[in-house]
Design a protein around this ligand. Structure first.
Ligand code: AGP
Length: 610
Protein backbone atom coordinates (compact mmCIF):
# COMPACT_ATOMS: atom_id res chain seq x y z
CA UNK A 1 0.00 0.00 0.00
CA UNK A 2 1.36 3.46 -0.83
CA UNK A 3 0.39 7.08 -0.28
CA UNK A 4 -0.33 9.45 -3.14
CA UNK A 5 -0.73 13.25 -3.23
CA UNK A 6 -1.32 15.52 -6.21
CA UNK A 7 -1.76 19.31 -6.28
CA UNK A 8 -2.93 21.80 -8.85
CA UNK A 9 -3.98 25.34 -8.02
CA UNK A 10 -3.08 28.88 -7.13
CA UNK A 11 -0.39 28.14 -4.55
CA UNK A 12 3.00 26.48 -4.46
CA UNK A 13 2.71 22.71 -4.68
CA UNK A 14 5.77 21.78 -2.57
CA UNK A 15 4.45 22.43 0.95
CA UNK A 16 1.13 20.76 0.16
CA UNK A 17 2.86 17.68 -1.24
CA UNK A 18 5.28 17.29 1.66
CA UNK A 19 2.58 17.87 4.29
CA UNK A 20 0.30 15.43 2.53
CA UNK A 21 2.99 12.75 2.34
CA UNK A 22 3.65 13.08 6.08
CA UNK A 23 -0.02 12.39 6.75
CA UNK A 24 0.15 9.35 4.49
CA UNK A 25 3.42 7.93 5.79
CA UNK A 26 1.47 5.27 7.70
CA UNK A 27 0.57 3.81 4.30
CA UNK A 28 4.17 2.95 3.54
CA UNK A 29 7.59 4.45 4.03
CA UNK A 30 10.17 2.50 2.05
CA UNK A 31 10.89 5.49 -0.22
CA UNK A 32 9.34 8.79 -1.29
CA UNK A 33 9.41 11.13 -4.24
CA UNK A 34 7.81 14.13 -5.89
CA UNK A 35 7.64 15.94 -9.21
CA UNK A 36 6.77 19.63 -9.58
CA UNK A 37 6.26 21.39 -12.90
CA UNK A 38 7.13 25.01 -13.63
CA UNK A 39 7.57 24.86 -17.40
CA UNK A 40 10.12 22.11 -16.77
CA UNK A 41 9.65 19.15 -14.43
CA UNK A 42 11.78 18.81 -11.29
CA UNK A 43 11.75 15.27 -9.87
CA UNK A 44 13.27 14.40 -6.48
CA UNK A 45 13.27 10.89 -4.97
CA UNK A 46 14.86 9.31 -1.89
CA UNK A 47 14.87 5.88 -0.24
CA UNK A 48 13.59 5.69 3.33
CA UNK A 49 11.46 8.13 5.25
CA UNK A 50 9.82 11.25 3.87
CA UNK A 51 12.28 13.42 5.79
CA UNK A 52 14.99 12.13 3.44
CA UNK A 53 12.98 13.51 0.53
CA UNK A 54 12.31 16.75 2.39
CA UNK A 55 16.03 17.20 2.95
CA UNK A 56 16.54 17.00 -0.82
CA UNK A 57 14.18 19.94 -1.33
CA UNK A 58 15.97 22.25 1.11
CA UNK A 59 18.87 23.37 -1.09
CA UNK A 60 16.74 24.52 -4.03
CA UNK A 61 13.02 24.10 -3.25
CA UNK A 62 11.27 23.29 -6.51
CA UNK A 63 8.67 25.92 -7.41
CA UNK A 64 5.44 25.45 -9.32
CA UNK A 65 1.74 24.96 -8.69
CA UNK A 66 1.40 21.56 -10.37
CA UNK A 67 2.85 18.51 -8.67
CA UNK A 68 2.52 14.91 -7.60
CA UNK A 69 4.14 12.97 -4.77
CA UNK A 70 4.29 9.43 -3.41
CA UNK A 71 5.39 7.46 -0.34
CA UNK A 72 6.01 3.81 -1.13
CA UNK A 73 5.45 0.38 0.40
CA UNK A 74 7.48 -1.79 -1.96
CA UNK A 75 5.71 -4.49 -3.96
CA UNK A 76 7.92 -4.72 -7.07
CA UNK A 77 11.57 -3.74 -6.76
CA UNK A 78 13.68 -2.91 -3.73
CA UNK A 79 13.17 0.42 -1.92
CA UNK A 80 15.79 2.55 -3.69
CA UNK A 81 15.80 5.84 -5.58
CA UNK A 82 15.37 4.27 -9.02
CA UNK A 83 12.24 2.41 -7.89
CA UNK A 84 10.78 5.37 -6.03
CA UNK A 85 7.80 7.12 -7.58
CA UNK A 86 7.07 9.33 -9.55
CA UNK A 87 8.00 7.28 -12.59
CA UNK A 88 8.40 8.90 -16.01
CA UNK A 89 8.36 8.09 -19.69
CA UNK A 90 11.41 8.24 -21.97
CA UNK A 91 11.01 11.97 -22.60
CA UNK A 92 10.64 12.77 -18.88
CA UNK A 93 7.54 14.81 -19.70
CA UNK A 94 4.96 12.39 -18.31
CA UNK A 95 5.10 11.48 -14.59
CA UNK A 96 2.98 8.96 -12.68
CA UNK A 97 2.44 8.06 -9.03
CA UNK A 98 0.57 4.81 -8.39
CA UNK A 99 -0.81 2.72 -5.53
CA UNK A 100 -1.70 -0.87 -6.44
CA UNK A 101 -0.37 -3.65 -8.66
CA UNK A 102 -0.32 -3.82 -12.47
CA UNK A 103 -0.70 -7.56 -12.84
CA UNK A 104 0.08 -7.66 -16.58
CA UNK A 105 3.03 -5.29 -16.37
CA UNK A 106 5.55 -7.83 -17.67
CA UNK A 107 3.82 -8.38 -21.01
CA UNK A 108 3.22 -4.65 -21.40
CA UNK A 109 6.88 -3.94 -20.55
CA UNK A 110 8.15 -6.45 -23.13
CA UNK A 111 5.95 -4.94 -25.81
CA UNK A 112 7.01 -1.39 -24.94
CA UNK A 113 10.70 -2.33 -24.88
CA UNK A 114 10.32 -3.93 -28.28
CA UNK A 115 9.04 -0.60 -29.59
CA UNK A 116 12.05 1.18 -28.16
CA UNK A 117 11.03 2.33 -24.72
CA UNK A 118 13.85 2.39 -22.17
CA UNK A 119 13.00 1.46 -18.59
CA UNK A 120 14.94 2.67 -15.58
CA UNK A 121 13.24 0.79 -12.72
CA UNK A 122 12.06 -2.69 -11.68
CA UNK A 123 8.59 -1.45 -10.88
CA UNK A 124 5.25 -2.28 -12.45
CA UNK A 125 4.27 1.41 -12.26
CA UNK A 126 6.83 2.63 -14.80
CA UNK A 127 4.95 0.69 -17.47
CA UNK A 128 2.06 3.13 -17.08
CA UNK A 129 4.26 6.14 -17.91
CA UNK A 130 5.62 4.54 -21.10
CA UNK A 131 2.22 3.21 -22.14
CA UNK A 132 0.74 6.70 -21.84
CA UNK A 133 3.73 8.13 -23.71
CA UNK A 134 3.08 5.75 -26.59
CA UNK A 135 -0.53 6.92 -26.84
CA UNK A 136 -0.23 10.66 -26.18
CA UNK A 137 0.86 11.81 -29.68
CA UNK A 138 -2.43 10.69 -31.24
CA UNK A 139 -4.73 11.03 -28.27
CA UNK A 140 -3.59 13.76 -25.91
CA UNK A 141 -2.99 13.15 -22.22
CA UNK A 142 -6.53 12.43 -20.96
CA UNK A 143 -7.46 9.99 -23.72
CA UNK A 144 -3.98 8.41 -23.56
CA UNK A 145 -4.49 7.69 -19.86
CA UNK A 146 -7.91 6.20 -20.58
CA UNK A 147 -6.65 4.00 -23.39
CA UNK A 148 -3.68 2.90 -21.30
CA UNK A 149 -5.92 1.89 -18.39
CA UNK A 150 -8.12 -0.13 -20.73
CA UNK A 151 -5.03 -2.27 -21.40
CA UNK A 152 -4.05 -2.60 -17.76
CA UNK A 153 -5.08 -5.54 -15.55
CA UNK A 154 -4.75 -4.93 -11.85
CA UNK A 155 -5.39 -2.35 -9.22
CA UNK A 156 -4.54 1.31 -9.12
CA UNK A 157 -5.02 4.65 -7.58
CA UNK A 158 -2.92 6.96 -9.71
CA UNK A 159 -2.24 10.55 -10.66
CA UNK A 160 -0.57 11.60 -13.92
CA UNK A 161 0.85 14.94 -15.09
CA UNK A 162 2.54 16.08 -18.28
CA UNK A 163 4.80 19.07 -18.86
CA UNK A 164 3.12 19.43 -22.25
CA UNK A 165 -0.33 19.87 -20.61
CA UNK A 166 0.48 21.72 -17.35
CA UNK A 167 -3.10 22.88 -16.87
CA UNK A 168 -4.35 19.55 -15.56
CA UNK A 169 -3.87 16.48 -13.43
CA UNK A 170 -5.45 13.20 -14.47
CA UNK A 171 -6.40 10.75 -11.71
CA UNK A 172 -7.92 7.30 -11.85
CA UNK A 173 -8.99 4.58 -9.46
CA UNK A 174 -9.50 0.86 -9.55
CA UNK A 175 -9.58 -0.69 -6.08
CA UNK A 176 -7.00 1.58 -4.38
CA UNK A 177 -8.57 4.52 -2.53
CA UNK A 178 -8.37 8.05 -3.96
CA UNK A 179 -10.15 11.26 -3.04
CA UNK A 180 -10.17 14.66 -4.73
CA UNK A 181 -10.13 17.57 -2.31
CA UNK A 182 -11.84 20.70 -3.66
CA UNK A 183 -10.71 24.13 -2.47
CA UNK A 184 -10.93 27.71 -3.73
CA UNK A 185 -9.04 27.54 -7.02
CA UNK A 186 -7.02 24.57 -5.92
CA UNK A 187 -7.36 20.79 -5.74
CA UNK A 188 -5.57 18.11 -3.74
CA UNK A 189 -5.77 14.50 -4.90
CA UNK A 190 -4.83 12.03 -2.16
CA UNK A 191 -5.06 8.46 -0.92
CA UNK A 192 -7.12 9.66 2.02
CA UNK A 193 -8.71 12.78 3.43
CA UNK A 194 -6.08 13.40 6.10
CA UNK A 195 -3.60 14.45 3.39
CA UNK A 196 -5.92 17.04 1.89
CA UNK A 197 -8.03 18.38 4.75
CA UNK A 198 -5.71 21.28 5.65
CA UNK A 199 -6.16 22.84 2.22
CA UNK A 200 -9.69 22.07 1.04
CA UNK A 201 -13.17 21.92 2.53
CA UNK A 202 -14.90 19.40 0.30
CA UNK A 203 -14.02 16.09 -1.27
CA UNK A 204 -15.14 13.61 -3.90
CA UNK A 205 -14.38 9.91 -3.35
CA UNK A 206 -13.46 8.26 -6.63
CA UNK A 207 -15.07 4.92 -7.44
CA UNK A 208 -13.61 2.01 -9.42
CA UNK A 209 -13.19 2.74 -13.14
CA UNK A 210 -13.41 6.48 -12.46
CA UNK A 211 -11.10 8.89 -14.22
CA UNK A 212 -10.88 12.50 -13.08
CA UNK A 213 -9.66 15.45 -15.13
CA UNK A 214 -8.64 18.14 -12.66
CA UNK A 215 -8.20 21.62 -14.13
CA UNK A 216 -7.68 24.49 -11.69
CA UNK A 217 -9.64 26.81 -13.99
CA UNK A 218 -12.81 24.79 -13.35
CA UNK A 219 -14.79 24.79 -10.05
CA UNK A 220 -14.70 21.03 -9.80
CA UNK A 221 -13.16 18.02 -11.56
CA UNK A 222 -14.67 16.25 -14.54
CA UNK A 223 -15.37 12.65 -13.52
CA UNK A 224 -15.86 10.02 -16.21
CA UNK A 225 -15.86 6.23 -16.29
CA UNK A 226 -13.36 4.40 -18.48
CA UNK A 227 -16.14 4.03 -21.03
CA UNK A 228 -16.34 7.83 -21.03
CA UNK A 229 -19.78 8.08 -19.43
CA UNK A 230 -19.81 11.11 -17.18
CA UNK A 231 -20.50 10.84 -13.46
CA UNK A 232 -21.64 13.82 -11.37
CA UNK A 233 -20.87 13.07 -7.71
CA UNK A 234 -21.78 15.81 -5.26
CA UNK A 235 -18.74 17.09 -3.33
CA UNK A 236 -19.04 16.18 0.39
CA UNK A 237 -17.98 18.51 3.19
CA UNK A 238 -14.88 17.10 4.89
CA UNK A 239 -15.85 15.82 8.35
CA UNK A 240 -12.40 14.95 9.65
CA UNK A 241 -10.73 17.72 11.65
CA UNK A 242 -7.10 18.45 12.22
CA UNK A 243 -7.19 17.53 15.91
CA UNK A 244 -8.38 14.04 14.96
CA UNK A 245 -5.31 13.44 12.90
CA UNK A 246 -2.89 15.13 15.28
CA UNK A 247 -1.30 13.21 18.17
CA UNK A 248 -3.07 15.22 20.81
CA UNK A 249 -0.11 15.44 23.11
CA UNK A 250 0.62 11.72 23.10
CA UNK A 251 4.06 10.45 22.11
CA UNK A 252 2.57 8.24 19.42
CA UNK A 253 -0.71 7.83 17.55
CA UNK A 254 -0.93 4.32 19.01
CA UNK A 255 -0.97 5.72 22.56
CA UNK A 256 -3.54 8.35 21.59
CA UNK A 257 -5.76 5.79 19.95
CA UNK A 258 -5.59 3.36 22.89
CA UNK A 259 -6.72 6.23 25.11
CA UNK A 260 -9.56 6.89 22.66
CA UNK A 261 -11.04 3.42 23.21
CA UNK A 262 -13.76 4.69 25.60
CA UNK A 263 -14.89 7.15 22.91
CA UNK A 264 -14.67 4.44 20.27
CA UNK A 265 -17.13 2.36 22.29
CA UNK A 266 -19.40 5.37 22.83
CA UNK A 267 -19.31 6.25 19.12
CA UNK A 268 -20.14 2.69 18.13
CA UNK A 269 -23.15 2.63 20.47
CA UNK A 270 -24.39 6.20 19.97
CA UNK A 271 -27.91 6.33 18.55
CA UNK A 272 -28.13 2.60 18.10
CA UNK A 273 -29.73 1.32 21.32
CA UNK A 274 -33.24 1.41 22.79
CA UNK A 275 -32.23 0.46 26.31
CA UNK A 276 -35.68 0.11 27.83
CA UNK A 277 -36.67 -2.40 25.12
CA UNK A 278 -33.32 -4.16 24.97
CA UNK A 279 -33.30 -3.40 21.27
CA UNK A 280 -30.61 -2.27 18.84
CA UNK A 281 -31.19 -0.13 15.75
CA UNK A 282 -28.62 -0.54 12.98
CA UNK A 283 -29.79 1.72 10.20
CA UNK A 284 -27.20 0.33 7.82
CA UNK A 285 -28.79 -3.12 8.11
CA UNK A 286 -32.43 -2.04 7.82
CA UNK A 287 -32.57 -2.53 4.02
CA UNK A 288 -31.72 -6.21 4.51
CA UNK A 289 -33.43 -6.78 7.88
CA UNK A 290 -35.87 -9.32 6.48
CA UNK A 291 -33.05 -11.33 4.92
CA UNK A 292 -31.18 -11.24 8.21
CA UNK A 293 -34.27 -12.51 9.98
CA UNK A 294 -34.15 -15.53 7.66
CA UNK A 295 -30.37 -16.00 7.93
CA UNK A 296 -29.42 -19.51 9.00
CA UNK A 297 -25.63 -19.17 8.81
CA UNK A 298 -23.15 -16.34 9.07
CA UNK A 299 -19.65 -16.49 7.62
CA UNK A 300 -17.29 -13.85 8.97
CA UNK A 301 -14.14 -13.08 7.00
CA UNK A 302 -11.30 -10.67 7.70
CA UNK A 303 -7.54 -10.33 8.16
CA UNK A 304 -5.25 -9.78 11.12
CA UNK A 305 -6.77 -7.99 14.06
CA UNK A 306 -10.12 -7.75 12.31
CA UNK A 307 -10.11 -11.54 12.00
CA UNK A 308 -9.61 -11.88 15.74
CA UNK A 309 -12.53 -9.53 16.27
CA UNK A 310 -14.49 -11.85 14.01
CA UNK A 311 -13.60 -14.87 16.12
CA UNK A 312 -14.98 -13.17 19.23
CA UNK A 313 -17.94 -11.68 17.38
CA UNK A 314 -18.82 -15.07 15.96
CA UNK A 315 -19.04 -16.49 19.48
CA UNK A 316 -21.26 -13.57 20.53
CA UNK A 317 -23.65 -14.13 17.63
CA UNK A 318 -23.79 -17.88 18.16
CA UNK A 319 -24.43 -17.64 21.88
CA UNK A 320 -26.86 -14.71 21.87
CA UNK A 321 -28.56 -14.91 18.47
CA UNK A 322 -28.40 -18.66 18.02
CA UNK A 323 -27.09 -18.42 14.45
CA UNK A 324 -24.33 -20.88 13.41
CA UNK A 325 -21.28 -18.78 12.63
CA UNK A 326 -18.00 -19.62 10.92
CA UNK A 327 -14.96 -17.37 10.76
CA UNK A 328 -12.37 -17.55 7.98
CA UNK A 329 -9.17 -15.70 7.23
CA UNK A 330 -10.02 -13.74 4.11
CA UNK A 331 -6.81 -14.93 2.44
CA UNK A 332 -7.95 -18.54 2.93
CA UNK A 333 -11.64 -18.04 2.22
CA UNK A 334 -11.24 -18.26 -1.56
CA UNK A 335 -9.58 -21.70 -1.34
CA UNK A 336 -12.52 -23.26 0.49
CA UNK A 337 -15.27 -25.12 -1.35
CA UNK A 338 -17.94 -23.99 1.06
CA UNK A 339 -21.49 -25.10 0.29
CA UNK A 340 -23.65 -21.97 0.51
CA UNK A 341 -27.39 -21.54 0.45
CA UNK A 342 -29.49 -18.40 0.12
CA UNK A 343 -29.74 -18.10 3.90
CA UNK A 344 -25.95 -17.77 4.20
CA UNK A 345 -24.70 -14.27 5.00
CA UNK A 346 -21.07 -13.22 4.54
CA UNK A 347 -19.76 -10.49 6.83
CA UNK A 348 -16.47 -8.72 6.08
CA UNK A 349 -14.70 -6.89 8.90
CA UNK A 350 -12.18 -4.23 7.98
CA UNK A 351 -10.94 -1.01 9.61
CA UNK A 352 -9.66 0.45 6.34
CA UNK A 353 -12.29 -1.10 4.09
CA UNK A 354 -9.53 -1.48 1.52
CA UNK A 355 -7.79 -4.72 2.51
CA UNK A 356 -7.29 -6.64 -0.71
CA UNK A 357 -7.83 -10.13 0.73
CA UNK A 358 -11.04 -9.11 2.44
CA UNK A 359 -12.25 -7.36 -0.70
CA UNK A 360 -11.56 -10.53 -2.67
CA UNK A 361 -13.54 -12.61 -0.19
CA UNK A 362 -16.49 -10.23 -0.38
CA UNK A 363 -16.31 -10.29 -4.16
CA UNK A 364 -16.39 -14.10 -4.16
CA UNK A 365 -19.42 -14.05 -1.86
CA UNK A 366 -21.19 -11.58 -4.14
CA UNK A 367 -20.34 -13.70 -7.17
CA UNK A 368 -22.05 -16.58 -5.39
CA UNK A 369 -25.13 -14.42 -4.92
CA UNK A 370 -24.84 -14.21 -1.14
CA UNK A 371 -25.92 -11.33 1.03
CA UNK A 372 -22.76 -9.44 2.02
CA UNK A 373 -22.35 -7.20 5.05
CA UNK A 374 -19.49 -5.06 6.27
CA UNK A 375 -18.25 -3.78 9.62
CA UNK A 376 -16.01 -0.96 8.41
CA UNK A 377 -14.39 2.11 9.93
CA UNK A 378 -13.38 4.07 6.84
CA UNK A 379 -16.47 5.76 5.48
CA UNK A 380 -16.87 5.41 1.73
CA UNK A 381 -14.19 2.74 1.47
CA UNK A 382 -14.55 -0.02 -1.05
CA UNK A 383 -15.80 -2.73 1.30
CA UNK A 384 -18.33 -0.26 2.68
CA UNK A 385 -19.52 0.48 -0.85
CA UNK A 386 -19.37 -3.01 -2.31
CA UNK A 387 -21.23 -4.87 0.46
CA UNK A 388 -25.04 -4.95 0.38
CA UNK A 389 -25.31 -3.40 3.83
CA UNK A 390 -23.21 -2.78 6.87
CA UNK A 391 -22.34 -0.99 10.07
CA UNK A 392 -19.78 1.78 10.36
CA UNK A 393 -17.57 1.80 13.46
CA UNK A 394 -17.37 5.60 13.69
CA UNK A 395 -14.10 5.14 15.59
CA UNK A 396 -12.51 8.07 13.77
CA UNK A 397 -9.26 7.84 11.80
CA UNK A 398 -6.86 5.22 13.12
CA UNK A 399 -3.40 6.37 12.13
CA UNK A 400 -1.18 3.99 14.10
CA UNK A 401 -0.42 0.94 11.98
CA UNK A 402 -1.32 -1.35 14.87
CA UNK A 403 -5.07 -1.50 15.24
CA UNK A 404 -6.26 -0.57 18.74
CA UNK A 405 -9.43 1.52 19.05
CA UNK A 406 -10.77 0.01 15.83
CA UNK A 407 -10.50 -3.48 17.32
CA UNK A 408 -12.38 -2.37 20.45
CA UNK A 409 -14.98 -0.77 18.21
CA UNK A 410 -15.32 -3.92 16.10
CA UNK A 411 -16.03 -5.97 19.23
CA UNK A 412 -18.60 -3.39 20.33
CA UNK A 413 -20.36 -3.49 16.97
CA UNK A 414 -20.42 -7.28 17.13
CA UNK A 415 -22.09 -7.09 20.55
CA UNK A 416 -24.69 -4.72 19.08
CA UNK A 417 -25.18 -7.10 16.16
CA UNK A 418 -25.66 -10.04 18.52
CA UNK A 419 -28.48 -8.15 20.24
CA UNK A 420 -29.90 -6.93 16.91
CA UNK A 421 -30.01 -10.46 15.49
CA UNK A 422 -30.92 -12.10 18.79
CA UNK A 423 -33.93 -9.86 19.42
CA UNK A 424 -35.18 -10.80 15.95
CA UNK A 425 -35.18 -14.35 17.24
CA UNK A 426 -35.43 -15.75 20.74
CA UNK A 427 -33.42 -13.32 22.86
CA UNK A 428 -35.68 -12.20 25.73
CA UNK A 429 -35.95 -8.49 26.49
CA UNK A 430 -34.22 -9.12 29.80
CA UNK A 431 -31.06 -10.36 28.11
CA UNK A 432 -31.12 -7.54 25.59
CA UNK A 433 -31.45 -4.99 28.39
CA UNK A 434 -28.63 -6.61 30.35
CA UNK A 435 -26.20 -6.54 27.42
CA UNK A 436 -27.04 -2.93 26.58
CA UNK A 437 -26.65 -1.93 30.24
CA UNK A 438 -23.25 -3.57 30.38
CA UNK A 439 -22.26 -1.95 27.09
CA UNK A 440 -23.16 1.45 28.50
CA UNK A 441 -20.84 0.79 31.46
CA UNK A 442 -17.85 -0.07 29.29
CA UNK A 443 -16.50 3.45 28.59
CA UNK A 444 -16.25 4.13 32.32
CA UNK A 445 -14.60 0.76 32.94
CA UNK A 446 -12.15 1.42 30.14
CA UNK A 447 -11.26 4.80 31.67
CA UNK A 448 -10.44 2.92 34.91
CA UNK A 449 -8.13 0.59 32.98
CA UNK A 450 -6.45 3.50 31.19
CA UNK A 451 -5.60 5.01 34.57
CA UNK A 452 -3.31 1.96 35.02
CA UNK A 453 -1.23 3.08 32.03
CA UNK A 454 1.79 4.03 34.17
CA UNK A 455 1.69 0.82 36.22
CA UNK A 456 1.52 -1.20 33.02
CA UNK A 457 4.52 0.75 31.71
CA UNK A 458 6.44 -0.19 34.87
CA UNK A 459 5.49 -3.84 34.38
CA UNK A 460 6.46 -3.67 30.70
CA UNK A 461 9.89 -2.43 31.74
CA UNK A 462 10.36 -5.65 33.70
CA UNK A 463 9.54 -7.76 30.63
CA UNK A 464 10.93 -5.63 27.79
CA UNK A 465 14.15 -7.66 27.59
CA UNK A 466 12.44 -10.99 26.83
CA UNK A 467 12.41 -12.06 23.19
CA UNK A 468 9.69 -14.70 23.40
CA UNK A 469 6.17 -14.57 24.83
CA UNK A 470 3.20 -16.89 24.93
CA UNK A 471 -0.34 -15.53 25.20
CA UNK A 472 -3.08 -17.93 26.29
CA UNK A 473 -6.82 -17.67 26.79
CA UNK A 474 -10.00 -19.68 26.48
CA UNK A 475 -13.45 -19.22 24.94
CA UNK A 476 -14.21 -15.51 24.51
CA UNK A 477 -10.63 -14.66 25.42
CA UNK A 478 -8.87 -17.13 23.19
CA UNK A 479 -9.04 -14.53 20.37
CA UNK A 480 -7.94 -11.93 22.94
CA UNK A 481 -4.76 -13.97 23.40
CA UNK A 482 -4.23 -14.12 19.64
CA UNK A 483 -4.72 -10.36 19.33
CA UNK A 484 -2.50 -9.62 22.35
CA UNK A 485 0.30 -11.61 20.75
CA UNK A 486 -0.17 -9.87 17.41
CA UNK A 487 -0.06 -6.45 19.06
CA UNK A 488 3.23 -7.26 20.81
CA UNK A 489 4.96 -8.83 17.82
CA UNK A 490 3.97 -6.19 15.29
CA UNK A 491 5.13 -3.15 17.29
CA UNK A 492 8.03 -4.53 19.42
CA UNK A 493 9.31 -7.25 17.04
CA UNK A 494 9.47 -9.67 20.01
CA UNK A 495 8.30 -13.16 19.09
CA UNK A 496 4.84 -13.67 20.58
CA UNK A 497 2.47 -16.58 20.02
CA UNK A 498 -1.21 -16.58 20.86
CA UNK A 499 -2.63 -19.96 21.77
CA UNK A 500 -5.79 -21.59 22.99
CA UNK A 501 -4.88 -22.41 26.60
CA UNK A 502 -6.28 -25.90 26.20
CA UNK A 503 -3.58 -26.52 23.60
CA UNK A 504 -0.71 -25.90 26.02
CA UNK A 505 -0.24 -29.58 26.74
CA UNK A 506 -0.34 -30.41 23.03
CA UNK A 507 3.05 -28.87 22.35
CA UNK A 508 3.63 -25.25 23.35
CA UNK A 509 4.44 -26.12 26.96
CA UNK A 510 7.72 -27.50 25.61
CA UNK A 511 8.72 -23.89 25.04
CA UNK A 512 8.35 -22.84 28.65
CA UNK A 513 11.50 -21.82 30.48
CA UNK A 514 12.38 -18.97 32.84
CA UNK A 515 13.15 -16.94 29.70
CA UNK A 516 9.78 -17.51 28.07
CA UNK A 517 7.04 -15.56 29.89
CA UNK A 518 3.34 -16.23 29.40
CA UNK A 519 0.46 -13.75 29.47
CA UNK A 520 -2.55 -15.73 30.73
CA UNK A 521 -6.07 -14.31 30.58
CA UNK A 522 -7.70 -15.72 33.71
CA UNK A 523 -10.88 -13.78 34.46
CA UNK A 524 -13.45 -14.77 37.05
CA UNK A 525 -15.58 -16.60 34.51
CA UNK A 526 -16.61 -20.20 33.67
CA UNK A 527 -13.13 -21.09 32.38
CA UNK A 528 -11.20 -19.63 35.34
CA UNK A 529 -10.45 -22.98 36.94
CA UNK A 530 -8.89 -24.37 33.81
CA UNK A 531 -6.85 -21.22 33.32
CA UNK A 532 -5.45 -21.57 36.83
CA UNK A 533 -4.40 -25.11 35.97
CA UNK A 534 -2.60 -23.80 32.91
CA UNK A 535 -0.83 -21.17 35.01
CA UNK A 536 0.24 -23.73 37.58
CA UNK A 537 1.60 -26.03 34.84
CA UNK A 538 3.67 -23.13 33.54
CA UNK A 539 4.89 -22.12 36.98
CA UNK A 540 5.89 -25.73 37.65
CA UNK A 541 8.32 -25.37 34.76
CA UNK A 542 9.72 -22.07 35.90
CA UNK A 543 7.93 -19.93 33.35
CA UNK A 544 7.10 -16.34 34.36
CA UNK A 545 3.36 -15.59 34.21
CA UNK A 546 1.52 -12.29 33.87
CA UNK A 547 -2.15 -12.91 34.61
CA UNK A 548 -5.00 -10.72 33.38
CA UNK A 549 -7.53 -11.16 36.18
CA UNK A 550 -10.80 -9.74 37.45
CA UNK A 551 -10.66 -7.03 40.11
CA UNK A 552 -11.06 -8.47 43.62
CA UNK A 553 -9.40 -11.81 42.88
CA UNK A 554 -6.65 -11.83 45.49
CA UNK A 555 -5.83 -15.55 45.21
CA UNK A 556 -4.22 -15.24 41.79
CA UNK A 557 -1.51 -13.01 43.24
CA UNK A 558 -0.13 -16.11 44.96
CA UNK A 559 0.03 -18.06 41.71
CA UNK A 560 1.09 -15.65 38.97
CA UNK A 561 4.24 -13.52 39.06
CA UNK A 562 2.38 -10.37 38.07
CA UNK A 563 -1.32 -9.50 37.75
CA UNK A 564 -3.10 -6.87 35.71
CA UNK A 565 -6.67 -6.40 36.96
CA UNK A 566 -9.66 -5.48 34.82
CA UNK A 567 -13.18 -4.67 36.08
CA UNK A 568 -15.93 -7.30 36.06
CA UNK A 569 -18.31 -7.34 33.09
CA UNK A 570 -20.33 -9.88 31.10
CA UNK A 571 -18.20 -12.73 29.76
CA UNK A 572 -19.05 -11.85 26.12
CA UNK A 573 -17.91 -8.24 26.62
CA UNK A 574 -14.77 -9.04 28.61
CA UNK A 575 -12.49 -9.05 25.52
CA UNK A 576 -13.22 -5.33 25.13
CA UNK A 577 -11.70 -4.72 28.57
CA UNK A 578 -8.95 -7.35 28.34
CA UNK A 579 -7.51 -6.04 25.09
CA UNK A 580 -6.67 -2.55 26.41
CA UNK A 581 -4.02 -3.59 28.98
CA UNK A 582 -2.60 -5.93 26.34
CA UNK A 583 -2.40 -3.02 23.91
CA UNK A 584 -0.72 -0.83 26.55
CA UNK A 585 1.71 -3.64 27.44
CA UNK A 586 2.70 -4.04 23.79
CA UNK A 587 2.95 -0.28 23.29
CA UNK A 588 5.25 0.24 26.27
CA UNK A 589 7.52 -2.71 25.47
CA UNK A 590 7.87 -1.41 21.92
CA UNK A 591 8.58 2.13 23.17
CA UNK A 592 11.11 0.84 25.68
CA UNK A 593 12.77 -1.17 22.94
CA UNK A 594 13.07 1.99 20.82
CA UNK A 595 10.81 0.70 18.03
CA UNK A 596 8.96 2.98 15.62
CA UNK A 597 5.63 2.32 17.27
CA UNK A 598 3.35 4.05 14.76
CA UNK A 599 5.18 2.79 11.68
CA UNK A 600 6.61 -0.65 12.47
CA UNK A 601 9.09 -2.01 9.96
CA UNK A 602 7.70 -3.88 6.92
CA UNK A 603 4.09 -3.04 7.83
CA UNK A 604 1.45 -0.77 6.34
CA UNK A 605 -1.84 0.40 7.77
CA UNK A 606 -3.93 -1.11 5.05
CA UNK A 607 -2.69 -4.00 2.94
CA UNK A 608 -4.23 -3.23 -0.43
CA UNK A 609 -2.24 -5.91 -2.22
CA UNK A 610 -2.97 -9.65 -1.96
C1 AGP B 1 -3.59 -4.72 12.96
O1 AGP B 1 -2.84 -4.36 14.14
C2 AGP B 1 -2.70 -5.08 11.85
N1 AGP B 1 -1.92 -3.93 11.48
C3 AGP B 1 -3.36 -5.79 10.70
O2 AGP B 1 -3.44 -7.13 11.10
C4 AGP B 1 -4.78 -5.35 10.28
O3 AGP B 1 -5.70 -5.66 11.30
C5 AGP B 1 -5.18 -6.15 9.03
O4 AGP B 1 -4.27 -5.80 8.00
C6 AGP B 1 -6.62 -5.88 8.58
O5 AGP B 1 -6.74 -4.52 8.25
P1 AGP B 1 -8.24 -3.93 7.99
O6 AGP B 1 -8.96 -4.05 9.31
O7 AGP B 1 -8.02 -2.53 7.56
O8 AGP B 1 -8.87 -4.78 6.95
Amino acid sequence: MCGIVGYIGKNEALPVLLDGLKRLEYRGYDSAGLCIVNHEAVRLRAPGRIENLENLTRATPPTGSLGIAHTRWATHGVPNEANAHPHSDCTEKIFVVHNGIIENYRELKISLEKSGHRFTSETDTEVLAHLIESLVPDAGLVEAVRLALLRVKGTYGLVVLSTDEPDKLVAARNSSPLIIGIGEGEFVVASDTAAAMSYVGEEITLEDDDMAIIDARLPKPIIQKLDRTLRHPLPQAIQMNRQQVERGGFAHFMAKEIHETPFAVQNAIRGRTVSEDGMVKLGGLEPVAEKLRQARRIIITACGTAYYAGLTGGMMIEEYAGIPTEVYLASEFRYRSLPFDEQTVVLGVSQSGETADTKAAIKEAKNRGLLTLGIVNAVGSEIARKTDAGVYNHAGPEIGVASTKAFVSQLTVFALMAVYLGRMRNMPIKTGCQILRELDNLPGLLQRILRMDESIRVLAAQYAHYDNFLYIGRKYNYPSALEGALKLKEVSYAHAEGYAAGEMKHGPIALITKDFPTVAIALSDPVYGKMISNIQEIKARGGPVIAIATEGNEDIKHIADDVIYVPQTMEMLSPILVTVPLQLFAYHIASLRGCDVDKPRNLAKSVTVE
